[in-house]
Design a protein around this ligand. Structure first.
Ligand SMILES: Cc1cc2nc3c(=O)[nH]c(=O)nc-3n(C[C@H](O)[C@H](O)[C@H](O)COP(=O)(O)O)c2cc1C
Length: 199
């Protein structure tokens, strides 16, 4: 039996995710990358790649700009989906849930742990807005980096963490002849129930 199937013997989807993620961290080039799907105010779906920073207290944490298109989508509809694809093992994890903002304390602490260049990039970007030119962005970046060369970069309150609180997980393992294996977890009366799905 593959490790992935072995881990699926657990009845706790967070534990399964943790074990699959540990395996992905050993095997994959970009294990933390996932697709975040949202819908906008017109129910028009959108999706983009982000990086997972942590899973804490049964919540998935990632960082972004609160000025962004995705954040705007989430302010209309806070339900979202995350999709991880770990191609070395041929497995996929889908997680659906509600998004909530991280505290300023969490966001600031993570911001302060980043390289100065990344801090400046977050500070100067009005993510998802139109820019005049690449040159204008680069020159703003260089000016700001220079401005803070001997000082800490101030934490921008429009940038920070978001948590997805899972309500549903679907674990997928590629199978021979496309006979894939899928395991769906949803909570019933406060207990995670696992159902095996057709490929
Ligand atoms: C590998 C990869 C990792 C990324 N990680 C992040 C991230 O952690 N946070 C983020 O805001 N954007 C990240 N991006 C950029 C997003 O995909 C996206 O372009 C940006 O967040 C704006 O999306 P939006 O306009 O839908 O809000 C990443 C892109 C790639 C390709």
């Amino acid at each position: 039996m593959s490790d992935h199937l072995e881990f699926l013997k657990s009845d706790d989807p967070f534990k399964i995710f943790e074990n699959w993620f540990l395996k992905a961290k050993k095997e994959e080039q970009n294990p933390t990358a996932f697709t975040l799907s949202t819908v906008d105010e017109n129910n028009f779906p959108d999706a983009r790649t982000l990086l997972l920073k942590d899973v804490e207290d049964e919540k998935f944490l990632f960082f972004t700009s609160y000025l962004s298109k995705k954040f705007n989508d989430l302010s209309y509809n806070s339900l979202a989906a995350m999709t991880f694809y770990w191609h070395v093992s041929g497995v996929q994890v889908r997680v659906r849930g509600n998004i909530i903002k991280a505290s300023e304390e969490v966001s600031k602490a993570y911001f302060e742990s980043r390289a100065k260049e990344s801090q400046v990039a977050s500070l100067i970007s009005r993510q998802s807005e139109v820019i005049e030119s690449r040159e204008a962005l680069v020159s703003k970046f260089n000016e700001t980096l220079d401005k803070y060369k001997n000082d800490d970069v101030p934490y921008p309150s429009f940038w920070g963490g978001l948590y997805l609180e899972p309500q549903e997980f679907t674990f997928f393992i590629y199978g021979e002849h496309r006979l894939n294996d899928r395991f769906n977890f949803q909570k019933e009366n406060g207990i995670w129930i696992c159902k095996r799905l057709q490929p």
